[in-house]
Design a protein around this ligand. Structure first.
Ligand SMILES: Cc1cc2nc3c(=O)[nH]c(=O)nc-3n(C[C@H](O)[C@H](O)[C@H](O)COP(=O)(O)OP(=O)(O)OC[C@H]3O[C@@H](n4cnc5c(N)ncnc54)[C@H](O)[C@@H]3O)c2cc1C
Length: 324
């Protein structure tokens, strides 16, 4: 197997915080297929850590703060729902939290959360496999008999995992409208006055506290953007996010702002499958804003399909867009 990728081109994985959060969104619900995704994510990251001799999977406590009374009531209902027993922990009354955090409506613990150091994992994977750092030019991909030829490479199967750059892939133009690129940005900063235990806090935005005065806040969501570089409007939005969380009096030392484009889809499901007419061309995309939790199970599912001819789940198969 050969991996071709341009390490200098924009990459969502290179800037993602890698947070895995089983209870998400405004309504605080279990995210799509999380009961199946979580065990597979943990199993895969742990086995990769062992095989590649790296440390990338970090289970973390996660505390989400209620925004208003409605939120409080909703969480009360979830806490009584047995389906949520494995992912929801204690409810904390307003003010029962580390000082400085604004907490008018209480908070609750989300269990089984983690963050994955995706840049470190990618680096180790590139070293482990045959990796060629290059810009892939689709115009040079040619069918020769049963095979595909690209410059000096020959392969029976070519899998495109280009993230948001799929929009420029001439072989999959039919799926262009299925992919909705969404730009996201995060901000890392230091703040010695903000003493928060090593944890993830969710207060409108998530705040990752590394436990040593370093923090990372994210993320922004924008469908209307101009390029993949960090933007001033996101800086302001993220700084406002910090202020809404811990007040305005703290001095933040801005460290680094990262931006990337999420390969989100029209129906928030992955895009997996075979080209409708060009045998041997495949797509693995559409990981959206949850690649850290979704990719492990989807990779296993896709590998079984690719290598053993297992059926693809119609919910993630690109056929849903090709033959609706
Ligand atoms: C700011 C931000 C924060 C995020 N936070 C989280 C989070 O906390 N948790 C989470 O689960 N997800 C998060 N995500 C989403 C996550 O990043 C994505 O789900 C995931 O990274 C998508 O992976 P991918 O491999 O499909 O795409 P990418 O990571 O974008 O990878 C595509 C790769 O293909 C390469 N490529 C494309 N075209 C070519 C070409 N022609 N030639 C050579 N190389 C090419 C690119 O260089 C890139 O390396 C975040 C995303 C952003 C932007």
């Amino acid at each position: 197997m050969v991996l071709l990728s341009n390490s200098k081109a924009p990459s969502a994985s290179a800037v993602a915080a890698g947070v895995i959060n089983p209870v998400t969104g405004r309504w605080a619900v279990k995210s799509w297929r999380i009961d199946d995704l979580l065990p597979e994510a943990e199993r895969l990251y742990r086995s990769l850590e062992e095989e590649l001799n790296i440390d990338v999977y970090h289970p973390m406590p996660l505390r989400r703060f209620c925004k208003n009374k409605e939120d409080q009531k909703r969480i009360g209902r979830r806490l009584r729902n047995l389906r949520y027993a494995d992912v929801l922990g204690d409810f904390h009354l307003a003010g029962d939290c580390p000082e400085k955090i604004k907490d008018s409506y209480g908070s609750f613990d989300i269990l089984r959360a983690a963050y994955v150091d995706l840049p470190k994992l990618l680096e180790a994977m590139r070293a482990r496999f045959r990796f060629v750092d290059t810009q892939f030019d689709h115009a040079d991909l040619r069918r020769i008999g049963d095979c595909w030829e690209y410059k000096e490479f020959k392969a029976a199967k070519v899998v495109f995992s280009e993230g948001a750059a799929m929009h420029g892939n001439p072989w999959f133009t039919l799926l262009k409208s299925a992919l909705t690129p969404i730009k996201g940005e995060t901000l890392s900063f230091e703040c010695p006055e903000l003493k928060l235990p090593h944890s993830i806090y969710h207060h409108g935005k998530w705040l990752l506290a590394y436990g040593d005065n370093r923090f990372r806040i994210g993320a922004t969501y924008s469908q209307d953007f101009d390029g993949a570089d960090p933007s001033k409007s996101a800086t302001n939005e993220l700084l406002e996010g910090v202020r809404a969380f811990v007040g305005t009096e703290l001095l933040l030392q801005k460290e680094k702002q990262l931006a990337g484009i999420r390969p989100s889809t029209f129906d928030a499901r992955p895009l997996l499958g075979a080209h409708p007419t060009e045998a041997g061309l495949y797509l693995f995309n559409g990981l959206g804003s949850k690649g850290a939790s979704v990719a492990p199970l989807m990779s296993r599912h896709f590998t079984k399909y690719l290598l053993s001819g297992a059926q693809l789940d119609p919910e993630v198969d690109i056929k849903r867009f090709l033959n609706p």
